[in-house]
Design a protein around this ligand. Structure first.
Ligand code: AMP
Ligand code: TRP
Length: 327
């Protein structure tokens, strides 16, 4: 049986980068896999979080899963901190990972760069991420490009544990989409689109109003040569916009290129905004319907129960393999 586990950190408002690399992939894949989609709140607190914001954003991510079209009857949707097995296996994984391996993680280097002090949890984060995945014996993990290195570490840790003790964990495969796995900033196509960018025009949030979406996409940087061509080496800014268009319309980049052949950027950018608005407005409506509802609470409670059942089985197997006294 093919099984997916993945999640989006509740560490800031969700933007269309996370939609392209993760959320939209989750929705597409739910029919072909048994799915676990979670809110990694324990990962969010590796950097300081305002309690009120963490509370709201954790609910937001769960609501967006449902609003974007994940069916809670089929997929298990839960909040990481509701399933304590993550912390327990996370600790076990910390005993298996080496200091040197963690030191090579580019995400840690980026996030700690220039900071006076960072939490030790930011450093050990990949061990917890490995635990998240291995607890569910996930065969596949859909993520954006930036998580590839963490996935490789998860595979190494699973293999190391299996050979050191006994075969306990499935070795998971990453699924990195060819289109949408690395959406870049609207102001600078060399930097990943990110909510931590102080320039608000560099990203489109999933909850931005249609007027803001239109304004931000109209202002997006382009390239000097005036043709709509998908060519990352020579036209990164326009290629990024074509990729966003492809994610939101479901069309191929070739189809989009052909449609705008011989035309300038004006019409293309206007249409792009409409494609994004058309997709996001119904998601925003469904989000507003469920964000403060009992339905969301019920889904998350049931999700945590279902997730715990699966996670507990793996945790006990791992502990037994290591020599812990278990009954
Ligand atoms: P995060 O919000 O950092 O937890 O990211 C959630 C998921 O979205 C992960 O799978 C990331 O790889 C993916 N992601 C985040 N930012 C982007 C981006 N700019 N382009 C594509 N995928 C992204
Ligand atoms: N580290 C991921 C991110 O920053 C979030 C995450 C935590 C995750 N645990 C995971 C993603 C397990 C996939 C599977 O985006």
């Amino acid at each position: 049986m093919k099984r997916i586990l993945s999640g989006i950190k509740p560490s800031g408002e969700l933007n269309i980068g996370g939609y392209g690399g993760a959320l939209h992939q989750f929705v597409k894949m739910q029919h072909d896999f048994e799915c676990f989609f979670f809110v990694p709140d324990l990962h969010a607190i590796t950097v300081p979080q305002d309690p009120k914001e963490l509370f709201q954003r954790s609910k937001d991510i769960a609501a967006f899963y449902i609003a974007a079209g994940i069916d809670p009857k089929k997929a298990t949707i839960f909040i990481q901190s509701h399933v304590p097995a993550h912390v327990e296996l996370g600790w076990i994984m910390e005993t298996q990972v080496h200091f040197g391996e963690l030191s090579r993680m580019t995400q840690f280097k980026e996030k700690s760069d220039g900071k006076d002090s960072v939490s030790s949890a930011l450093f050990t984060y990949p061990a917890l991420m490995a635990a998240d995945i291995l607890l569910y014996q996930a065969t596949h993990v859909p993520v954006g490009e930036d998580q590839k290195q963490h996935l490789e570490m998860t595979r190494d840790l699973a293999a190391r544990f299996n050979s050191r003790f006994e075969k306990t964990f499935v070795i998971p495969e990453p699924i990195i989409p060819t289109i949408g796995s690395r959406i870049m900033g609207l102001d600078d196509p060399t930097k990943k689109m990110s909510k931590s960018n102080p320039n608000k025009n560099s990203y489109v949030l999933l909850l931005d109003s249609p007027a803001d979406i239109r304004k931000k996409l109209a202002r997006a940087v382009t390239d000097s040569e005036m043709s709509v061509r998908y060519d990352w080496d020579n036209k990164p800014a326009v290629s990024n916009l074509i990729e966003i268009y492809a994610v939101f319309s479901g069309e191929s980049t070739e189809t989009i290129e052909r449609r705008y052949e011989g035309q300038g950027y004006g019409g293309f950018k206007k249409d792009l905004a409409e494609v994004v608005v058309e997709k996001l407005v119904p998601i925003q409506e469904r989000y507003r319907d469920i964000i403060d509802s009992d339905v969301l609470i019920r889904i998350l409670k049931e999700g945590a129960m279902r997730a715990s059942e699966t996670a507990q089985i793996t945790l006990v197997q791992a502990k037994r393999a290591m020599g812990f006294v278990t009954f």
